[in-house]
Write a protein that binds this ligand. Sequence first.
Ligand SMILES: [Mg+2]
Length: 319
Amino acid sequence: VPIGIGDDCAMISPPAGAAILTSVDTFTEGVHFFSGTNPKSIGHKALAVNLSDLAACGAQPLGCLLALSLPTIDDIWLDEFSQGFRALASAHGCPLIGGDTTRSAPGSGVSITVTVFGMVPDPSMVIRRNTAQVGDDIWIADSLGAAAAAVAVRYQRLSPNQLNLLACDHALDYPQPQLLLGQSLRKIASAAIDVSDGLVADLTHILRASAAVDASANSIDPSLGTSLGACLQARAIPVDIALHALPERQALNLALYGGDDYRLCFTASPKNQQTIQNIAQTISIPLHRIGRIVATAGVTLEQRDANESLQELGYEHFR
Ligand SMILES: [Mg+2]
């Protein structure tokens, strides 16, 4: 970044041949975070969700833009917000290269818009979500369900006594974008997405996008689509350890449908299994093979006793 914050524009000067990737997200009080959330967490998470999108594409961060809309200027709030934002930005080499602060209408909440820029050395290294193929393994990084459990507790749908609440709150408030994992999966993963809306919902995004591409490649009418589905093994789903005191099915449902985990879900040819296990060792993030891509539409859960068709439930975040 030869020109950072302070001029009329910032300038990004990527190495020859590199591809620039960009993503934007708005983070609104009362919709994406609860009123009264620790400002440090808000600063962290507003950037983390964007970095997570870069991670899903295999990109390395270059810089970010921040637009803040505040009903009142509260210096303490701003200071804590900046601490959370800056700590994550510097941990991932993603400098703030431009920003704007405006006053929002009285009575409205805080609104934060972050734009990130990242790069891959070569356009062929971008990991897409529309390139999964029948026979691919489905993988998920780390664990699932803790952030959704924290949301459920805040809505009083779940008793805090059954959980490691501290760990769940931390998962919700301080998600860690899996940038190193994404970069390690270039040329290894056939498709990837970050789990923001829930495993089943985001996996369905991969299936739909890949089926559409498959159909057009085979010069079938793309509107017909090709069937692409997923078969998941219940016992392989990595339910977060903070949920282990919950009834098994309740914990599994939080892992399958809960959002806000920001783990990478990716697909890969079975011939890459050993390479992927080696990546897990190198970057110290457990990677779990949870199922495979099949030619029948829908997501099926294989259990000890029976197979079950899973509904695609959209995660409602905080509404
Ligand atoms: Mg995403």
